[in-house]
Design a protein around this ligand. Structure first.
Ligand code: NAD
Length: 479
């Protein structure tokens, strides 16, 4: 079996055939503003063909055992590892993140496939007597639609693909129009392992997402993206009562208590606020530092963050690549304009210079009002508000004050106090003395407007299954 792929042309994968479309478009390399290769703009006919293929593939794949699916998925994971270098370069080309961060994402992708497909899904015997057995089973739904954003295009696609396939479903992936390249190649690589129609990928423009969410031949949507789009997805899914999982935006608070080892915390918090140019749903986006250590903490954080190298992700040692697209760059510029308009104090950076790519130097805002837009909104750009606090109950209520609730963290030497605070935080993930820890076997999702349901872990896998209760009687009761 060959695993060599050509990374110069990019096509849809429908029924294990590589196809293109009459109209094409292209992404932009955010480090250079130069066009990336052309990709298909899929039509309703392309989607219909993919759905027909998926429904056929589902019939036989759903009858295979977990062991067979695990073996096929693991072979596919090995092939991703074998091609990791070229996938990483393509990811940096389309997304902008540094090559090291792209390599890390590729490594996570294959380990997510192995980790998710190692989870046991068992039937539960709810009652068993001589005559009667009641069993709860978890049966595959059919065809899953996986809608992916532009910040983590490999891992987020693979998490959905592995979950859908391992649980016995077929899957159709729709990458973001900004970052279609790695997803198309992941599906192309999949043709060497999976039967036709099982794992397909369609590239398209803004019309393709709604076509997928409204398609009657698709049974479940797993969507990762913004809160605003998530609401539209849920409304569209309601028309056919599709199952839906939503992984949406966040504005994660991190609470730093006065007893921490500042020098140990700074590198962690610095990295976890600016990874991927802060374009990760679960980055630290509001940093609450206790007033007793505020000045020293801020000074050391500025020194640490100032040292991040900003530049084209292909250059050695770059930590902060460009933001991913022009729309995001313009949004960031608009948010940065509030620094002057709202008279905010910067501890680092504060302006955006024109350059060939969409580069933004890391910025730290020194104790802005809670009501300012940099605190209230998810910036998805390297700008971090650092806020002073003094009272546990007050900082907890500030951390919980927004409509989002994706992640939050507490950093504290006193473990009992830390867990007391953690227990009161309203978010899908709560970390103590770390942030953004994730693993394939651990469920993750949002509270409030950060989402619906979870992905990953056993609970995530079960979201690709329908519950079925079987009432099995050996004989017919006489009345
Ligand atoms: P987005 O909502 O603009 O787009 C996400 C995907 O939805 C894209 O593929 C897009 O083409 C598609 N889409 C757009 N309109 C659609 C519609 N009406 N119906 C169906 N699909 C549609 O999000 P984005 O800008 O690509 O990503 C950034 C956002 O994603 C941020 O808010 C971030 O916090 C969030 N995010 C959340 C998670 C999480 O797991 N909670 C992970 C990563 C990113």
């Amino acid at each position: 079996m060959t695993t060599t792929l050509d990374f110069t042309t990019f096509k849809n994968v429908i029924d294990n055939e590589l196809t293109t479309t009459a109209t094409t478009h292209h992404g932009i390399n955010p480090a250079t503003s130069q066009p990336n290769p052309e990709v298909p703009v899929s039509t309703q006919a392309d989607l219909n063909r993919a759905v027909d293929g998926a429904r056929k593939a589902f019939k036989s794949w759903s009858k295979t055992s977990f062991a067979e699916r695990r073996a096929t998925l693991n072979a596919y994971a090995d092939a991703i590892d074998a091609n990791a270098e070229v996938f990483s370069k393509t990811l940096t080309m389309e997304q902008g993140k540094s090559l090291a961060q792209s390599q890390a994402e590729l490594g996570m992708a294959s380990s997510w496939i192995r980790g998710l497909s190692a989870i046991e899904i068992k039937d539960t015997i709810l009652e068993e007597t001589e005559d009667r057995k009641i069993i709860q089973r978890h049966v595959p739904m059919g065809v899953a639609g996986a809608i992916i954003p532009w910040n983590f295009p490999v891992l987020l696609a693979i998490g959905k693909v592995a979950s859908a396939l391992y649980t016995g479903n077929a899957v159709i992936v729709k990458p973001s129009p900004f970052t279609p390249y790695t997803a198309l190649k992941l599906a192309e690589l999949g043709t060497q392992f999976f039967p036709p129609g099982l794992f397909q990928c369609l590239s398209g423009d803004d019309r393709l997402g709604p076509m997928i969410t409204e398609h009657p031949g698709i049974d479940k949507i797993s969507f990762t993206g913004s809160c605003a789009t998530g609401k539209r997805v849920m409304a569209d899914c309601a028309k056919t009562l599709k199952r839906v999982t939503l992984e949406l935006g966040g504005n994660d608070p991190a609470i730093i208590c006065e007893d921490v080892d500042i020098d140990a915390v700074i590198p962690q918090v610095g990295i976890l606020s600016y990874l991927c140019s802060s374009q990760i749903c679960m980055m630290i986006k509001r940093l609450y530092v206790h007033e007793k250590i505020y000045d020293e903490f801020l000074e050391k954080l500025v020194a640490f963050v100032k040292a991040f190298k900003v530049g084209d992700g292909t250059e050695p040692d770059v930590f902060i690549g460009p933001v991913q697209n022009k729309m995001q760059f313009e949004k960031a510029k608009e948010l940065f304009s509030t620094i002057k308009a709202d008279n905010l104090k910067t501890a680092l950076g504060g302006s955006i210079e024109d350059s060939a790519g969409y580069f933004i130097h890391p910025t730290i805002i020194d104790n802005p009002p809670e009501s300012s837009r940099v605190v209230q909104e998810e910036p998805f750009a390297p700008i971090l508000p650092v806020l002073k606090w003094s009272d546990d109950d007050d900082v907890i209520s500030k951390a919980n004050a927004l409509e989002t609730g994706l992640g939050s963290s507490v950093w504290c030497a006193d473990f009992d106090r830390a867990t007391r605070i953690a227990d009161q935080l309203q978010s899908g993930s709560v970390w103590v003395n770390n942030h953004f820890a994730v693993a394939p076997g651990i469920p993750f999702g949002g509270h409030k407007q950060s989402g619906l349901g979870v992905e990953w872990g056993l609970s995530g896998l079960l979201s690709y299954c329908n519950s079925q209760t079987q009432w099995l009687k050996r004989t017919v009761s006489k009345v």
